[in-house]
Design a protein around this ligand. Structure first.
Ligand code: SF4
Ligand code: SF4
Length: 542
């Protein structure tokens, strides 16, 4: 059998990966260069993708090359780019000036815990940019240089930025512990923006951005493709339940526009979550619609630049207006909700043409969405459950011992902590929490967010996924947990590898897959198989 390569899980050994060396390097951090070994970095953006979205310096290059083919005036570009952003974003200036090196964030990053590399400490990750800021924009830095942590911008510094800003999942765990509220995720976002100016970007981010610009979704699914995908799901639903569900698409005058991450159209187990939504909407007779234009709530613009994020998100309100809906409902995604909850109202709004979301079944008015006019599916479903509008039979999920991974963005950016747990507890018989310092606001990232969920950086993904993987392993050993529920499409794509590596007895599910299986439908046949079309009596034994 051929030996597994660096981009395959089998290449790595959990025993070896878990032996992390936390001793600092012998040389000063400014004199230590990153180790660009295979498995730790992501392939650069293809020329065609940069050209399509009009980003500069499209060319063939590799981080493994000595010459990265930077524009001639690269130093000036970065200097001016940084100046522009310091003027535009007060937060950046504050983050550059306010760190007191207390170290509270140092051991809070999953990439530091999994790699032992000091430059993966949030404080030092930010210092990669701060040192250049000090050198170019502060008097102390200009006069005292290295003594005050300043260093001139060189090509090696640029390489270091590329290496470490693509080893940060922008998860914001570190910011929870910073007494000064410094958000290293935002430093990473702006560091990536600066790299974009030189044509230094990764394909795993830029291809979805190019696809989304062209078709409205990351995967490049065209309208007829989306229609047949949903029809295919409806066939599987009918096979499992005996019930034919409606598939309203681009329906003008529907009450609600439903937007979800496109990952749920393509890959298991997200596809089963998508079927769960379809069953739920059928069960309650919701007057809703899918859209082939706003066909992705996910937004890799967040991992690219503020301008790209705004442009890609604009389709949601535009489609809501065109279809004449009352309000918007959003599916189980992570970073999608960071964009919607933190930025959408001021970035693409105000959406005064929409109504404050009100459940047509319970009458609940979601005041928390007064500005965005968009609510999260777990808010909607938990409200239905609370008002006894759903008939759920948790025994349909028998054999499943479930734990819940708080996805970074809904947990830390939105505070959606109770609703998913409430829904899960009503859909399954056995639910167990992971240790307190690994859940809720302190949740550990999957290791593949912010556009890092590809294969060529598999070593870093597994290292970054180690804290989450260990917590899953803990509940698997203590309680026999065999299912990890996650309400984020990136989690559903990346956590299967993390679980296979660190806790192989556990597989991944979305919350509405559990709901879809438990939901008792009018006119259904006796359920013998679940939405995966696996026998219900054999669940959890995979
Ligand atoms: S945002 Fe997350 S990945 Fe980035 S430095 Fe902070 S803890 Fe690490
Ligand atoms: S916790 Fe905040 S102030 Fe302390 S070292 Fe980290 S970023 Fe700096």
């Amino acid at each position: 059998m051929a030996e597994a390569k660096f981009d395959e899980l089998a290449h790595y050994d959990p025993e070896k990966v878990s032996q992390v060396d936390y001793r600092p390097p012998e040389k000063d951090w400014m004199d230590t260069k990153p180790d660009f070994r295979p498995g730790t970095w992501i392939y650069p953006a293809k020329e065609k993708n940069l050209e399509y979205i009009g980003f500069p310096n499209a060319r063939a290059w590799s981080p493994a090359d000595k010459d990265w083919k930077l524009p001639k005036n690269w130093k000036q570009i970065i200097h001016e780019g940084l100046k522009e952003r310091l003027d535009k974003y007060r937060s950046l200036k504050i983050f550059m000036d306010n760190c007191v090196r207390c170290g509270a964030c140092a051991d809070k990053c999953h990439f530091y815990l999994g790699s032992g590399d000091p430059k993966n400490m949030p404080v030092l990750r930010a210092e990669l940019l701060r040192s250049v800021y000090k050198n170019d924009f502060t008097t102390a830095g200009k006069l005292l240089g290295r003594l005050v942590g300043a260093r001139p911008l060189t090509k090696d510094v640029i390489k270091e930025w590329f290496y470490y800003f693509y080893q940060c999942t922008e998860c914001r765990r570190c910011s929870v512990f910073c007494p000064y509220g410094i958000d290293t995720a935002e430093v990473t976002m702006l560091g990536r923006e600066l790299l974009n100016l030189l044509g230094l970007n990764v394909n795993w981010v830029m291809e979805p951005v190019a696809n989304c610009t062209r078709t409205g979704n990351h995967l490049g699914i065209q309208p007829h493709g989306l229609k047949s995908t949903l029809e295919f799901f409806a066939e599987d639903i009918e096979e499992a339940t005996g019930v034919a569900v409606d598939i309203p698409i681009n329906k003008k005058g529907a009450d609600i526009l439903f937007v979800t991450p496109s990952g749920d159209f393509l890959a298991d187990p997200g596809t089963f979550t998508c079927m769960g939504y379809m069953i739920l909407f059928h069960a309650i007779g919701l007057n809703y619609t899918w859209s082939t234009y706003a066909s992705d709530g996910g937004n890799f613009g967040l991992f690219t630049s503020h301008d790209k994020m705004r442009d890609l998100n604009a389709k949601i309100y535009a489609e809501a207006k065109r279809l004449g809906v009352k309000w918007i409902l959003g599916g189980e995604c992570g970073h999608m909700w960071r964009v919607i909850n933190q930025y959408m109202d001021t970035m693409n709004g105000p959406a005064d043409f929409l109504e404050v979301p009100k459940s047509p079944l319970t009458g609940t008015v979601f005041e928390n969405a007064r500005s965005t006019k968009m609510i999260h599916i777990t808010e909607f479903t938990s409200d239905l459950i609370k008002h006894k509008k759903l008939k759920l039979d948790p025994s349909r999920n028998r054999g499943l011992k479930v734990t819940f991974h708080d996805s970074c963005n809904p947990a830390r950016a939105m505070g959606i902590l109770e609703e998913p747990r409430y829904v899960i507890r009503h859909a399954v018989d056995e639910f167990y929490e992971m240790p307190p310092n690994t859940i809720r606001e302190q949740t550990f990232c999957c290791g593949g967010g912010a556009g890092l969920g590809t294969d060529e950086n598999m070593e870093m993904r597994l290292r970054g996924g180690m804290p989450r993987g260990n917590a899953v392993k803990h509940v698997a050993e203590k309680h026999g947990v065999n299912r990890l529920a996650a309400m984020c499409a990136i989690d559903r794509a990346t956590l299967p590898a993390v679980c296979e590596f660190w806790a192989p007895e556990v597989s991944v599910t979305g919350i509405h897959e559990l709901v879809g299986n438990a939901l008792v439908l009018e006119g259904e046949k006796e359920r013998e198989v679940n939405l995966r079309l696996d026998p219900i009596d054999e669940q959890g034994q995979e």
